[in-house]
Design a protein around this ligand. Structure first.
Ligand code: AMP
Length: 282
């Protein structure tokens, strides 16, 4: 595994692979890696000849009151995991090189960026898409891998790729969960043991709603009410949003019919978690 910090070196590494007819796969991450990230790496190994993983905790996707300073970081552990997974390059750009003082350009996907997480984190996706666009230019991948845990993010990146005519294929990878259903997240390590137990209600409630929809419940208000009361049984969990939306437009669904996305963000103590379930409601 080659470790690359220099942006130009990263670009040349990719170009060399491409010149040899190799397909470059790219997995952008913020580190503190877990099985969810590794499932993206496994998918990349299947679909690409050369696999690049980046670790960059992107400062501009955090608002000043959010957890940038406390975001989990564990580079030693990450390197060990990635070595075991036999990736080709680990890209570790420095913040000062990605965001020099005279940096002025932002990339924003309108509309989608203001829904769901964009309501309580209005500048979040602008920060994500700006850095992802830069990483795409530096790594110059043929295929990129994003997790469905961040469903809205992968949808926004798809739109970015389309709108900017990037020759990149996006592969989205299903959510990897803990034994009790909690979606794996780097932030889970910040939960106390009590919060960690309570957090399981998020997936449990989503699953109960899914069963009800599959049994024929169509009324969104009833579904949301039931989800809220289930999650409300854990006082340490505070819902930020809980919505049933169209998985392509993220517009609120009027009925549980066809493909719908149950999407939730909740604070568990001080930690904000997200999760979702994609349901085909016949
Ligand atoms: P992050 O390091 O949290 O920015 O995530 C990097 C990538 O890993 C994103 O594409 C995430 O959607 C994906 N990811 C994070 N957690 C999971 C998970 N539990 N299952 C699948 N993909 C995940």
């Amino acid at each position: 595994m080659r470790e690359i910090k220099n942006l130009r070196e990263m670009y040349l590494f990719s170009q060399k692979a491409k010149n040899h007819g190799k397909k470059v796969g790219f997995v952008p991450t913020m580190g503190a890696l877990h099985e969810g990230h590794l499932s993206l790496v496994a998918e990349a190994k299947k679909k690409a000849d050369v696999v690049v993983v980046s670790i960059f905790v992107n400062p501009i996707q955090f608002a000043p009151n959010e957890d940038f300073a406390h975001y989990p970081r564990n580079l030693r552990h990450d390197k060990k995991l990635l070595k075991n997974h036999d990736i080709d390059a680990l890209f570790l750009p420095e913040a000062s090189k990605i965001l020099p003082e005279d940096f002025k350009t932002f990339v924003e996907v309108e509309g989608l960026s203001k829904k769901l997480c964009g309501r309580s984190r209005p500048a979040h996706f602008r920060g994500v898409t700006t850095i992802v666009a830069k990483l795409f230019n530096i790594v110059a991948p043929d295929v990129v891998f994003f997790g469905e845990k961040d469903f809205q993010q992968q949808l926004i990146i798809r739109q970015l790729i389309k709108d900017l005519n990037l020759s990149i294929e996006l592969v989205s990878v299903p959510i990897v969960r803990e034994y009790d259903g909690l979606a794996m997240s780097s932030r889970n390590s910040r939960l106390s043991s009590h919060e960690r137990k309570a957090a399981a209600i998020i997936y449990k409630a989503l699953s109960i709603a899914q069963e009800e929809i599959e049994r024929g419940e169509k009324d969104i208000n009833k579904i949301v009410f039931r989800l809220r009361s289930l999650i409300g049984s854990e006082p340490v969990v505070r819902i930020d949003y809980l919505m049933v939306v169209n998985p392509e437009t993220l517009e609120e669904a009027k009925q549980a019919k066809g493909k719908i996305l149950l999407a939730i963000a909740a604070h568990v103590g001080k930690t904000r978690l997200i999760d979702n379930l994609l349901i085909d409601a016949r």
